[in-house]
Design a protein around this ligand. Sequence first.
Ligand code: ATP
Ligand code: ZN
Length: 284
Amino acid sequence: MKLKLAIQKSGRLQEDSMRLLKECGIDIGAGVNKLKAEANNFPVELFFLRDDDIPQYVEDGVADIGFVGENVVFEKNKKVDIAYALGFGKCRLSFAVRKDENYTGASFLQGKKIATSYPVIVQNYLDNNNVKAEIHEISGSVEIAPGIGLADVVCDLVSSGSTLFMNGLKEVETILQSQAVLIKRKELSVEAKLILESLLFRIESVKKANKNKYVLLNAPNDQLPKIISLLPGMKSPTVLPLASPGWSSVHSVIAESDFWEIIEQLKAAGAEGILVIPIEKMIL
Ligand code: ATP
Ligand code: ZN
């Protein structure tokens, strides 16, 4: 048996989805065709689909799991479970108006025409804020709607905001933060569950490794207590004597997020020859 995984055929999530599988040591052979491919060394079969269709296919059991944006999961509202946040494809769904407009909060939207590819999420937001507006669903290039007189407001996915800016719009309110997630169908066979567990174990190891760095440094022995206190490590740092007397080599793992701050403190404490090395996998 193989676990059937749906990923985006082409688009913003495609490359990161494939990279994640590769980092998990899953080797995807040359595709059987453009729709399907199999892994050579892991019981998974890939289905390449439009992202909008992935929740439906997972609900129906055509696929067991899928990698798709949370924004699509909420919009489609299918009976699927979110099993894991994948950490790529980060973006937000925001309202934007012409840059000379004075947005005053949700009440600004009353009676306005809103162009969006996310009518369900937008309608929810309007209902929660007791606002009535006219939603125009369009499937792409939402940002041009105000320019051609189709809408007063757009609600669209944003990452840097440069697309809005280039179209004379400004982002005024975020209604959803999104990233790619792993969704799974409600009813998975025992076998499928086991394969999914093993896949999630690998994904977690990769994610943890990406979030951490391996650090090696040389420290004068009299500064060791201070330096060790700065380095938590997985258990505690490894300390090895150097050939030159009075010095030790210290090895540890530190979180990417704390990285710069800790490195500065280590230098201040007398550490030298600091090497920072990426970690490929991390199993705790
Ligand atoms: P498809 O042909 O599969 O329907 P699409 O055009 O709907 O593709 P893409 O533009 O490739 O979709 O975006 C796929 C997903 O990438 C989005 O649903 C969202 O989760 C994520 N994403 C991340 N950043 C952005 C961004 N700046 N704009 C749009 N989507 C983004
Ligand atoms: Zn799409």
